[in-house]
Design a protein around this ligand. Sequence first.
Ligand SMILES: [Fe+2]
Ligand SMILES: [Fe+2]
Length: 163
Amino acid sequence: MLRVDQAGEYGATRIYAGQLAVLRRNCPEAKLIARMAAQEQRHLKRFDALIAERRVRPTALQPLWNVAGFALGAATALMSEKAALACTDAIETEIDQHYQQQLDQLGDDDPELAADIAEFRTEELEHRDTARAAGAADAVGYPVLTAAIRAGCRMAIELSKRI
Ligand SMILES: [Fe+2]
Ligand SMILES: [Fe+2]
């Protein structure tokens, strides 16, 4: 669980870094994204600490998520500001389900970890809702774009559990 979660939060920081590298710094979307990116940094720091504390091997795919995350962020931001938001909408929809599954699996087994996951899940849902409220669905090709990103996100989750 910690391996995939640390990988995911790392990927999130890379996606937002890619988007912020492309978006005009003062556009409203960039301001929203910068705020969400700061929360992803906090999530990542927490999972970095937990994998160190509990001696979990981080994913070997970190170099891939570094490049793929940044590329996804930059590519969606190059499409449009709304496409950048659609990316957050898609990713956080998957992450919500992913964290909920982990919470169901954990039950009462690990209250410390469950509390972190529950807190982060709430923030990921806020990110999804922020993106939707700011017009993510107005992105050209929204259904296809979000379906593709969601499929990619699920694949990244499965790979990061294993490798
Ligand atoms: Fe996060
Ligand atoms: Fe997020």
